[in-house]
Design a protein around this ligand. Structure first.
Ligand SMILES: [Zn+2]
Ligand SMILES: [Zn+2]
Length: 83
C-alpha cells in the first residue's frame, strides 16, 4: 500500500532549491529574445551577439542604446537623426 510513491514524494524538489550564482552585488540583467534568431540577449544589447541583428538604435556619439523615437541621446545629448 505504502509503495514507492511515498519515496518519490520526498524526492528532489526543484522549486525549493534553485542554484543561483553567488551574490555578486550586481543587479540581474533583464533578458529578452532576439527578434530575428530568438537568442536570449541582454535588454541593453544593441546588437544580437549571435546573429548580428540590430536590437536597439545606438547613439552615433557614445554608442549607448537609445530608444526608438528619441531625437537626442539621453546620455550625451547627441542629436539622433533617423536615417
Ligand atoms: Zn539574433
Ligand atoms: Zn550618446
Amino acid at each position: 500500500m505504502c509503495g514507492p510513491a511515498h519515496h518519490l514524494a520526498h524526492g528532489h524538489n526543484h522549486q525549493g532549491h534553485v542554484e543561483t550564482p553567488a551574490a555578486t552585488g550586481q543587479p540581474q540583467q533583464e533578458m529578452r529574445p532576439c527578434p530575428r534568431c530568438g537568442a536570449q540577449v541582454q535588454e541593453d544589447f544593441v546588437f544580437c551577439p549571435r546573429c548580428g541583428a540590430e536590437l536597439l538604435t545606438a547613439c552615433p556619439e557614445c554608442h549607448r542604446a537609445v530608444e526608438t523615437g528619441w531625437t537626442h541621446c539621453a546620455y550625451c545629448g547627441a542629436e539622433l537623426v533617423d536615417a
